[in-house]
Design a protein around this ligand. Sequence first.
Ligand code: KG4
Ligand code: ZN
Length: 342
Amino acid sequence: MSREINILGIETSCDETAAAVVANGRNIKSSIVASQARLHAEFGGVVPEIASRAHIAFIYPVIVEALARAGVGKDQIGAIAVANRPGLVVALMVGLTAAKTLAFAWELPLIGVNHVHAHLQSAIMEQEGLELPAVALIVSGGHTNLYLCASPLDLTLIGSTVDDAAGEAFDKVATILQLGYPGGPVIEKTARSGNPKAVDFPRSMLDRESLDFSFSGVKTAVLYHCRGQDMKGQDRVASMTPQEIADIAASFQAAVVDVLVAKARRAAERHEAKTVLLGGGVAANTALRNALQGMCDRTGRRLLVAPKPLCTDNAAMVASLAYYKYLAGDFADLDLEARATS
Ligand code: KG4
Ligand code: ZN
């Protein structure tokens, strides 16, 4: 039997402080996530300064708990992995500093991971018989990316958003509808009692060949719908019935889902992919999961979706991707930097 490699993963790219221990890239021994959503709710979005301070407060107890739950000490850890890009630099820096400190003190290799690439691991790490190449759709608060995936480490970006990310659009529309933050879960819940055909919001496909996305148009259409075309009208949201709000939420969600599924299909057909992968915070959305499953069923493809607890930011996905870097000997130096972009 091959040796078990435990990797301690750390993730602080946005507003979740997370640590996890994963064996051989597949077996999640612990996954601890401290969400800061409550701290940012009153601002309707993530405030970098608040995120950074909260990461500093949470990082030590979160790492201690991840090790304790996994039942491993430093002698059973093979490497320290950390998401060092892309994300809020002041947030990434906290996890990165913790990871470097542990790597130095415990004399362990350090592995830097792209957090958006790591989202893909959430869809595949617990699955058997993955057929590659696959087309991967990663939809989060900061990114809407389509990749051609030849292996966990071999990802080619084939489409991305030209403006807002899908999750960002959910968050902004939730603010317009005065539903709170984070927007994705609350829009999904509100949409359950709404009619997705009530309002015909635009589906921006860009040109016929494009695999890129644009979500600012649908967000603006929701705003106009609520405030009138000239934006001079009274904000009608406060006087809308719960049914009207639900109809707008459902119609908006349907517009976003339609575009995501159409582009995923276009990419899968162009690249003759037998497998479609779905990950990132917005992948928790049941309407999206169901619509993508329907497309895959109709076109003879296998869909692998991240389990819901692994859709939003977590460190298990970071430790999982790092395992492949570990096998490839792709280690970072202690001068590894945090980066806002990929
Ligand atoms: O991947 P993630 O945790 O963080 C980033 O890397 O951005 O994604 C967070 C995003 C937020 O925009 C949130 O509103 C969205 O994922 N989200 C959802 C759902 N749950 C989270 N969007 C739609 N439906 C959901 N159920
Ligand atoms: Zn993320």
